[in-house]
Structures are given as structure tokens and as C-alpha cells.
Ligand binder design. Sequence first.
Ligand SMILES: [Zn+2]
Length: 410
Amino acid sequence: MLDHYLVLSRKYRPKSLEDLIGEDVLAKSLRSCLDTRKVPHAFLFYGIRGVGKTTTARILSRCLNCLGSDGKTNVTSSPCGVCRSCIALDKDQHMDVMEVDAASRTGVDDIREIIEATQYAPILGRYKIFIIDEVHMLSKSAFNALLKTLEEPPGQAKFIFATTEVQKIPETIMSRCMTFQLKSVSFCAISEYLVEIAKREHLILDKDAADAIADESEGSVRDALSILEQAVMLSTESKNVTLDTVLSILGKARASDINSLLEYVLTAQTKKALAKADSMMQNGADPFVLYKSLQGALYKKIVDQVNGQCAECSLSNLLYLWQIFLKQTENMRETSYPEYVLNAAIVVLAHTSSFPNIEELMIKNPKTPESDDNFDKGGLNASTTQVNKSKQLIDDLLTKFPGASATDIE
Ligand SMILES: [Zn+2]
């Protein structure tokens, strides 16, 4: 199966603009500037990690240096893949394409070395191309040295910068680059892509397994392929990648199990909740991932309540549980015993769920005296202050729920 691991990570690396997933605008813009021969001397690709900045830089290098099968082609948006320049790039052995990681080479001397190299004529391709990854890591003096070259670049030199932190790039550099933002790929596009890759690899990838990988990859095709590779390795015999295999790799539990656990918590069934969490961990769920999943399920519940789709739950109680989750998150991160902290959190949450909610108390006892302390202890007495506190919590959360307002609960 080692072959599969290598094959999947190398075999499906995009080699042309057409291969880029979910980047139609970027591909169209690059194709346009290549086909019209209006190629700037510097490009800047930015976006979160794993969205294909370096891959796009390599594809652009291919387009700029492809010589065509006849050896006479000009710059092209459709590199031939067979000329010596394309082949050298496939092997990561192109003498005119230099990849630099600015995270490890941040100094002015490193940049001077690059600037000196721009003076030499290309050997194999058409241009000397310098791909500088994580360019925001360059020192101020390194940027200044680079700026002089960008102002008057040698005709044979092209720069392609990539960064995750575009706000750290000096405006003087930005203004001399053609700039593109690479967006994270949509959940659906990644899921469909994984199914397609599985077909090509003669694997059976269950739809819910593909969805679970897409969900975890958060818009990064590279991360998605990496998870699929691991799942394939665990599915050696059957060649069938199932949801359970993927979940075991991710340390996750099934959504239905998470929802059951949340229901036990919300209905104050502490023993059942603990037993459920224990069985999920026995089946491979990671306690911290489980905690985050449970928090995610609660978040969805709050959204449903605000949208009027969860009448059986009290919004104030849900928000109170949310606050407990937030407070426990730090403990979960720092502890050496996440299982204990998770169980303790479940007990606290389920116990809190057994308290009467503010709305009920307001109806039963509208003139209860002011008492701030009781709100923090679970809301045994309702008061104007308590309701105001509740509204404040809601207002804090409303930024995440566009279209609703605190008055919805009045
Ligand atoms: Zn070529």
C-alpha cells in the first residue's frame, strides 16, 4: 500500500490551470495574461494554508517555461508536458526554477543571492523563475533589497510570491505584483473530487466517508488527499474506504452518536451521557475531538433555537451551557487527562441542564427580588438582572446568527 500513499500525493498534483479545483477566476485571469503575452514580472498568491499557492506557482512556471513539443512554442496557458522544460519541472529538477522558503531564509544576504541569480540567462527554459514561499517572513532589509529588483527587473526574471499573511507584505511590494487570492475549496467540490480520485484508483469510497474527509479538510484539497491516503492504507484488503475507517483516523465519532450524547446532556441523563461518551472513546474517539464535536452540536442547537426550530429547548439554558463549554475548553487543551476532564464537563453540563430555566421562572414568579449570584449558580431565581445577563449572552452570540435579534426571546 506504500505505492498508494506515494501515488495519491504525487500523481494528482495539478499540472495545468485546468486541474485547479474551484479556482475558475484565478485560472481564467492567468490564462488571459499568458495567452495575450501580457505577463507581469511578479505575481503574488495569497490564501490560507493548503489552498494550492505553491502548486499554482509551479503550474505558472510550467506555462512560462514550456518550449512546446516542437521546441518553438512561446509562453502558453496549456503547457505541452513533453518538452524538456516541462519534464524537468515534473521531476523538480528545473535549473531555471528556484523555490525558496522565506521562513528559513529571511535575511538580506539570502535575497542578495537571489538577486544576483536573476542576472544570469536561463539555461533550459525561457525565464529564471524565483518562487518565494511564505514571503511575509522576509526581514525589512530583505524586502528593501528585493524592492530595487522589482522596480527594474531583468527581462529574463520572474518572481512568484506566496503567502498566508498578505497583510504583512509591504505596500511597495504589493503594488509591483499581479495579486491573486486563492480561496478554500468548497465542501462539495472536495467531496466530489475525492469520489472521482477513488474511481480512478479503483477504490470504493462511501459518500459519507468522502463527506467526512471533506468536512475535516476545511477547504484544503491537499489535506483531503492526505486523509484519503491514510484511509486507503487502513482499507488494504477490501479497497472499500468506509465512514468508520475515516472517523477512526480522525478520532471522531458518528454525528448520530454525538447528537445522542447531547440529548442525554440536555435532558440531564448524566449516567447515560457518561456511558455514551465512554463507548465512543472505546471505539476510538479522541476525547478532545469528542468535546469539540459536542460543542459543535450544541452550537447547531442554539442556531436552531434562534431560528425557531427547537422549541423544546430553553435558549437561556443553551447559552449557559455554551458558556460552560467555553470555560472548559482551556482545561481540555492543557490537561494530561482529557478523558477525565471530558467526563467532568459532561457531569457539570448534564447537572446544569436539570436546573429550571429562566423563561419558566419568569412566568411562575415575575416579581422575584434581584439576585445576581443565583444566575451563575444555575438560575434558581429569575430577575431583571438575570434576564439582562441572558440578553447580553445572546447579543454576544448574535454576531454569529445574522437575521436574529435579542428581542426574539422577549
Ligand atoms: Zn512543455
